[in-house]
Design a protein around this ligand. Structure first.
Ligand code: SAM
Ligand code: SF4
Length: 334
């Protein structure tokens, strides 16, 4: 039976959970992580049973969609145990959808298993099709592995959306070719503005490419027809008439769409972040590992709902400024 649904103090129903299963990753994207990242000790990270218990608590409170993220979720050992567990929730009608955001390096190995677990769509993050740029950007040589993974995913029947972070002077000339490539393979593509999350080596001002400018440039050669498609998230969608494919634009900096927010994020240590752009969080792990876990978890979720802020306040304007939020995206799970 559905317990009290998760609703925040602005009347927004929370039906979408983004759950990070690890802070570790086999790549080191320059906009996401520092080269030398300190990863969390194992004892701090929720085990698979705890992750499933936590997901269950959200499902009981009305969450209908769960996206598994990280770090790189497919490097988490025995991740398929969790995926299969969530898949059986879909079979029982308790959940509508489980999706995954991945860098694609492990897809050759996992694509079929994901389909068997009930996953239908995945997001693959890929910012370039150029070997050298990929290596500079991710600090690893793995483009061909990712491309093989994409083939495996599509052959297994997964619908793929490519996520591409638009980076000034790095991949801005690749945006149009990437759209043509993705749409030519029946994949959607979403462009993302870089967000000021966590300390990295570079200055965000040097990375930040406003999508308003990108859109203006694309419209010089293409017809972009706005679509009504909404997912409760920050993305807005257009159809590129010339390629007949869908292009998403995630513009947390140039345009703010917090009013319809339906989501929360939980880290692999069980901290619930009510907004990507704020540091406030509630400790669900302490609730789960303490006395009367069920009751404590319920109360912690109620606290989180009261504290969900109305909107974020990202900005990238000043050179040398501290990040808006000190934690990295790999902690919160993008
Ligand atoms: N490792 C997986 C991947 O790369 O898809 C999942 C986690 S990753 C943190 C999720 C998404 O966040 C990726 O699409 C990545 O490009 C994006 N991302 C990471 N840091 C970001 C930042 N500072 N600004 C905008 N997007 C970021
Ligand atoms: Fe890893 Fe994804 Fe962050 Fe890249 S964006 S370092 S793949 S977690």
């Amino acid at each position: 039976m559905l317990k009290k649904p998760l609703r925040d103090s602005f009347g927004r129903d929370i039906t979408y959970l983004r759950l990070s299963v690890t802070d570790r990753c086999d790549l080191r994207c320059t906009y996401c992580m520092a080269e030398e990242m300190k990863f969390l000790p194992k004892r701090d990270v929720l085990d698979l049973e705890e992750l499933e218990q936590l997901a269950g608590a959200f499902i009981d409170r009305g969450v209908r969609r769960i996206r598994i993220s990280g770090g790189e979720p497919l490097v988490r050992r025995d991740i398929m145990t969790l995926m299969n567990g969530l898949g059986s929730r879909i079979e029982r009608g308790e959940l509508d959808e489980v999706t995954l955001t991945t860098n694609g390096t492990q897809l050759s190995r996992f694509a079929r298993d994901l389909v068997s677990a009930g996953v239908k769509r995945i997001n693959v993050s890929l910012d370039t099709l150029d070997d050298k740029t990929f290596e500079t950007l991710t600090r690893r040589r793995a483009l061909s592995q990712v491309l093989k993974g994409l083939d495996a995913a599509q052959n297994a029947g997964l619908h793929v959306k490519i996520n591409m972070v638009a980076l000034k002077g790095v991949n801005e000339n690749e945006i149009a070719p990437m759209i043509t490539w993705a749409h030519g393979r029946s994949m959607d593509l979403t462009l993302i503005e870089v967000m000021p999350l966590g300390e990295i080596e570079e200055d965000r001002v040097d990375q930040y490419l406003p999508l308003t400018a990108v859109r203006d440039r694309l419209e010089k050669t293409w017809t972009l027809t706005p679509l009504e498609m909404r997912t409760g998230g920050p993305a807005r969608y257009v159809r590129v008439e010339e390629t007949n494919g869908i292009l998403g634009l995630i513009t947390p900096l140039t345009n703010n769409f917090c009013a319809g927010c339906n989501r929360v994020r939980v880290t692999c240590t069980g901290q619930i972040y009510m907004c990507l752009g704020h540091s406030d969080c509630v400790d669900l792990r302490a609730a789960m590992r303490g006395k009367n876990p069920e009751e404590a978890l319920g109360k912690a979720l109620d606290r989180a709902m009261i504290r969900k802020p109305e909107r974020h306040a990202f900005e990238i304007t000043k050179r040398g400024a501290a990040p808006s939020v000190s934690r990295h995206m790999s902690m919160t799970g993008g």
